[in-house]
Design a protein around this ligand. Structure first.
Ligand code: SAH
Length: 254
């Protein structure tokens, strides 16, 4: 087995805006020898890694993806010949980012690793709207969920978590918004519960639409091309409702 000289840093790039990066993430990028990055990472963030070889391994639904097992292997191999290996992921690396599989592979190969957290999409969307996900007197719990079930994965009970929390943020859900609305309502969520779809949170082209849970199927017709979260709960009652009859476009965030 090749001698291990490097450490793999699993780094959160934040939700999109390059200045929503931690100082620790910026420091490790500056000294990186090689960076494996995801599709959603901003070019300015990547540019911090001045001396590094930069390798795209991103996965975006519907587009070409590099098989996860292959990424795991590349990380292990890179650590044999590079001192500072960075695996750069959008948002927080440990939230819906398949980082655990990479960590397992690194552990199995005896490669040291470190995780640098990042600002996850839910928090960027909350900040953009100026709405607290845990507004006092209204919400004491937040669920971060995805309705997506990968091939060969156990069915998940996302709807129970989403329906049971005061505020829920659904990742990777736009393409399935009709099914999501149906399941939420079947699980007891009131159809008129406020829901917000936020696209490109933290970026200059961030947009949002304020709907209700019953109106969520419209999310598929909003012309959303960037990453987007669906958020629901009473805390969003204060967000002005979007005239869904006239969509698109979505309202600009600012
Ligand atoms: N690790 C990431 C999530 C990766 S899954 C994080 O912590 O944010 C990818 C999903 O994240 C997208 O489908 C979308 O639901 C959400 N997402 C990522 N960036 C976003 C952004 N800037 N605005 C809204 N949603 C975003």
């Amino acid at each position: 087995m090749a001698r291990k000289i490097g450490t793999v840093h699993l780094v959160g790039a934040g939700p999109g805006a390059p200045d929503l990066l931690t100082l620790r993430a910026a420091a490790v990028l500056r000294r990186a020898d090689i960076v494996f990055y995801d599709a959603l990472v901003h070019p300015d963030t990547l540019a911090l890694a001045q001396r590094a070889a930069k390798i795209a391994v991103g996965k975006r639904c519907g587009r070409h993806s590099t098989a996860q097992r292959f990424i795991n292997k590349r990380l292990v191999d890179a650590a044999a010949s590079h001192r500072t290996v960075v695996r750069l992921k959008g948002g927080d690396p440990l939230l819906f980012g398949r980082a655990q599989e990479e960590i397992a592979a690194l552990k199995a190969a005896g490669v040291p690793f470190e995780v640098v957290p990042g600002v996850t999409a839910a928090l960027a969307a909350s900040a953009g709207l100026g709405v607290s996900l845990t507004q006092r007197g209204c919400a004491r719990s937040v669920a971060l969920v995805t309705a997506r079930v990968g091939k060969g994965e156990r069915e998940n009970n996302w709807v129970r978590s989403a329906a049971g929390a005061d505020t829920a943020v659904i990742y990777m859900g736009i393409g399935q918004s009709a099914g999501i609305a149906r399941e939420l309502i079947a699980a007891g969520v009131a159809p008129d519960t406020p829901a917000v779809v936020v696209e490109n949170a933290s970026l200059p082209d961030a947009r949002h639409a304020r709907l209700t849970v019953a109106e969520l199927p419209r999310a598929a017709t909003l012309g959303i091309e960037g990453p987007a979260v669906i958020m629901l709960g009473e805390v969003f009652a204060s967000v002005a409702q979007t005239a869904v009859a006239s969509v698109p476009p979505l309202a600009a965030m600012a």
